[in-house]
Design a binder for this molecule. Structure first.
Ligand code: CS2
Length: 502
């Protein structure tokens, strides 16, 4: 028998009949919420993280102005998932021992740029909107090799062209990039209300607030006639930094079946997360914000030490386990970290190379943090696949691993443990590009915005040298360190997909 689908009506019916153990609903009536926050990049992570926090904050204060408009990056998939469900979706929290389901109602509308650009621009501009948050992944920031906005890319350039016409009239052309969407929305806001706004990057980028502020500044500098908008942004729009943390694997059919059994309803928008949740937000807002601190977030004046510790410990070991784990045929991060060689690799990376580069955030013991991170990875219920974490390595490595490498080299040390981690990426790229990598019975493709160039680099002699020549990935001081390059090349020698994994 096919179960009915989650929607406002079927959910109300469930509530009327009494919710089963382990199932909770929205703590506020979704119908009472009006939109005050726009989120760009409404994937699984946002739905399992900031959206829940915003909803809990609204419940804690009784404020009704913090409903969300969620904007997809490109595809209408999330619109198809949440539209017929009146924005409702479940978050399945998979602890090692307990599983719970929370239905969330904070997402009041979902839009996709191909169809809904006018709605998104109008909502970013509306004076009732006070906060724009983003999770668009590393590649969504469209930075060129010099770290600046890639204004030469045709889609970025097209968005900036639309931003130029937006200076004089509403331009309804579909946006092609998230930064373009944001900049066009800011121009519209300047032209209509000039109300202050706070834009919060929630991506795993170091100094994400400052990075986003400077990309927006570069975008506006490339739009003729936008000087006044740029001056208004500098004075009235704030870009706080944040550190976000919750492991959110891709939702599988098994997750959907588990949630359906708990809820008695089908949920096409289901997302999954581990029990751990952390959000550290720089308390630098231009206007009102949800009371996230009443819903588990930490508001602070200095996010940098948290962000750096998380990127260099959690995300770096995650990536190292993903590449080396996949090469050994491990399907999930939990299986990889249960492999004693790989656990030792993760510990060596942190202890030998990462910890010497970090200053502990106040109140955080970094050894305990490392242990907790590895413990979280070991939860077999999370089901995060090595291949999922391995994607987009060219974008992730600089943020997670290469800062550590640069700091160690600057201190006069060749970071051998970090070299081994980087070698895992090189061997993964080689094996995937050659069609030699099979994990969990499936051939792994190279999933990376630079896939063609990476494959080309590893296709001939001196693959390490040719990868190091890609300046989008390896900054000058690292690329020019022969000692580091040799350490990576030596480590790559011993790495290949294990025969059993073929
Ligand atoms: C992961 C992150 O996919 C990845 O690259 O390392 O998404 C990680 O799960 C989150 O940053 C945890 O907060």
């Amino acid at each position: 028998m096919t179960l009915p689908r989650l929607s406002a009506t079927t959910w109300a019916d469930r509530v009327a009949h009494g919710l089963p153990d382990g199932v909770q609903g929205p703590p506020v009536d979704p119908d009472t919420l009006t939109v005050g926050q726009v989120h760009l990049g409404i994937g699984a992570f946002h739905r399992a993280h900031q959206a829940v926090c915003t909803e809990d904050a609204a419940a804690a204060t009784g404020e009704t102005g913090w409903g969300l408009l969620g904007v997809t990056q490109r595809s209408p998939r999330v619109v198809d998932q949440l539209g017929p469900q009146d924005g409702l979706y479940g978050v399945l929290t998979t602890g090692a021992r307990t599983t719970s389901l929370r239905v969330v109602g904070a997402v009041r509308a979902v839009a996709y740029p191909g169809r809904d650009t006018p709605l998104v621009l109008a909502t970013i501009a509306a004076p009732t909107t006070h906060v724009v948050t983003l999770t668009v992944t590393e590649k969504g920031y469209r930075r060129a090799a010099d770290g600046r906005l890639d204004t030469a890319a045709h889609d970025v350039a097209a968005d900036l062209g639309s931003a130029a016409s937006e200076l004089v009239r509403d331009d309804e052309a579909a946006t092609l990039t998230p930064i373009g969407m944001l900049v066009r929305g800011l121009v519209r806001r300047y032209r209509t209300s000039r109300a202050p706004l706070t834009v919060v990057s929630c991506d795993n980028l170091s100094d994400n607030g400052a990075v986003l502020a400077s990309l927006v500044g570069q975008a506006l500098a490339a739009v003729p006639g936008a000087d006044d908008v740029a001056a208004w942004v500098a004075s009235s729009v704030r870009f706080p930094s944040t550190m976000v943390d919750r492991i959110v694997p891709a939702t599988t059919g098994a997750h959907r079946a588990e949630a359906a059994a708990m809820l008695g309803l089908r949920d096409a928008g289901l997302v999954v997360g581990e029990p751990f949740f952390q959000w550290v937000v720089e308390d630098a807002f231009a206007g009102p914000r949800p009371a996230w601190e009443l819903a588990g977030a930490t508001l602070t004046h200095d996010v940098a030490p948290f962000e750096r510790a998380k990127l260099r410990i959690l995300n770096a070991t995650h990536s190292a386990l993903a590449y080396h784990g996949a090469l050994r045929g491990h399907a999930t991060i939990a299986e990889a970290v249960a492999d004693p060689d790989l656990e030792a690799l993760a510990r060596a990376l942190v202890d030998e190379d990462v910890l010497p580069t970090l200053v502990a955030p106040e109140g955080l013991d970094l050894d305990a943090y490392r242990d907790e991170v590895l413990h979280r990875f070991a939860n077999p219920r999370t089901g995060h696949t090595t291949v999922q974490v391995a994607m987009d390595g060219s974008q992730k490595l600089p943020q997670r691993l290469l800062g550590t490498v640069a700091d160690r080299l600057a201190a006069g040390v060749v970071p051998h443990a970090a070299a081994y981690a980087v070698a895992g990426w090189v061997a993964y790229v080689q094996a995937a590009a050659a069609g030699d990598l099979v994990v969990d019975g499936r051939r792994v493709e190279l999933d990376d915005p630079m896939a063609a160039r990476l494959a080309d680099a590893v296709g001939g002699p001196d693959p390490v040298g040719r990868l190091f020549a890609l300046d989008e990935v390896f900054p000058g001081p690292i690329a020019s360190s022969t000692a580091f390059r040799d350490a990576v090349a030596n480590a790559v020698q011993g790495l290949a997909p294990i025969p059993a994994a073929r």
